[in-house]
Design a binder for this molecule. Structure first.
Ligand code: CS2
Ligand code: MN
Length: 364
């Protein structure tokens, strides 16, 4: 298991590369060009700038999250081909600097969705919170206004240019059923996976967060059966999954350990985080520790160890603790604690399997 840490780029993150480098066992940043609008080809100079910044800090850039998919591709509009061509050129450019995995998602309009970015917990920390009944009632435009008011930094999936045309987008999605969305995803995969394969890059779709339809928009990467359908849509080792335990974990019916075992050859990238799900369907993000939430993080790490996982992992959203002022969900402290928990579990699994935690089999 290789460990990465999401970094939003110079001037766009409160966490520095130097701080990331000091977290034990972190070899990689998980990065993107957040100022390039979805659908545009990434400029080589900007890619190389991140490569150079990371190299100067002693970090690799093997995992990109995300190269965002233009809405016209998800909508299946004739204009999609132009954006798909740009996507292919971006894949080729990323291969040139040694990128191995590209994470992306196929959620219409919105990326991850919460009703509260700083929900207070009893211990004084705050965390991302989802109140199910609020989403059922709220006007999406009001939600967007509140989100943007709450954050000085650009949030992934909530970029102003993406949201400016919200009304028109909602109109455009009328009539796009789940089946149509599957078709559009299949079309996209058939175009890009051969390019990714030629470049030695594994594409890794991120599940929908939360894993159910919102505001009447279809969502399809929601559980085990749909992942099976997804992998068959284009059967190639380069068509894979970002297995996000927190996104899937918001629906307690999802058995993430079973997913790890079933899809073991198709998981180049693991997002590992916990959520606490309440009986009414609300959920709050917690520390990574198993006991603090609903998701069995210890069991998940054990499952990864059992399948001999040698892909990339990262802690996902963390709480805001120790008075840190940071991008919602992406502070330094709680995610760093999460990493140490994950490594602790990983080493315990290795010991239990009779492996020397420095990598050799005991006695060999
Ligand atoms: C996050 C997402 O919701 C999550 O679990 O990891 O913000 C994720 O980065 C994107 O949806 C991936 O494209
Ligand atoms: Mn995730």
């Amino acid at each position: 298991m290789k460990m990465g840490f999401r970094w939003f780029g110079e001037g766009n993150d409160t966490v520095t590369l130097r701080q990331i480098r000091q977290i034990p066992g972190v070899t990689d940043i998980v990065w993107s060009l957040h100022d390039v609008p979805a659908g545009e080809e990434w400029p080589m100079e900007k890619i190389e700038a991140v490569r150079d910044q990371a190299a100067a800090a002693g970090l690799n850039i093997d995992v990109v999250e995300s190269v965002n998919v233009h809405e016209d591709i998800k909508l299946g509009l004739p204009t999609r081909d132009r954006y798909i061509e740009n996507y292919k050129r971006t894949i080729e450019k990323l291969a040139k600097v040694g990128v191995k995995v590209i994470c992306y998602n196929f959620m219409p309009v919105f990326d991850w969705l919460r009703t509260d970015l700083f929900k207070a917990a009893d211990d004084g920390s705050t965390a991302l919170f989802y109140e199910k009944s609020k989403i059922a009632d709220i006007d999406p435009f009001e939600l967007v206004r509140r989100i943007n008011e709450n954050s000085a930094l650009t949030m992934p999936g909530w970029e102003p240019e993406r949201l400016a045309h919200l009304k028109a987008l909602f109109e455009a999605y009328r009539g796009v059923t789940e089946d149509r969305l599957w078709e559009h995803l299949g079309y996209f995969l058939n175009e890009i996976i051969p390019v990714a394969a030629r470049c030695g890059i594994k594409m890794a779709i991120h599940p929908d967060d939360p894993p159910w339809p919102v505001f009447g928009l279809p969502r399809i990467i929601t559980g085990q059966a749909n992942l099976r359908r997804f992998l068959k849509l284009h059967d190639s080792p380069y068509n894979g999954i970002t297995l996000c335990s927190g996104s899937f974990g918001a629906n307690p019916d999802n058995d993430i350990i079973a997913m790890i075992h079933e899809f073991k050859d198709r998981i180049p990238f693991a997002h590992i985080r916990n959520v606490k799900v309440f009986p009414n369907g609300d959920f709050i993000e917690t520390s990574h520790r198993t006991e603090d939430g609903t998701v069995d993080i210890a069991g998940i790490v054990r499952a990864y160890h059992e399948i001999g996982f040698d892909g990339y992992a990262r802690p996902d959203h963390g709480r805001h603790i120790w008075d840190e002022r940071c991008r919602p969900g992406y502070g330094l402290y709680d995610r760093a604690l999460g990493i140490m928990y994950l490594w602790g579990l990983w080493d315990a699994c290795r010991l239990a399997a009779g492996e020397d935690i420095r990598g050799k089999k005991v006695g060999s």
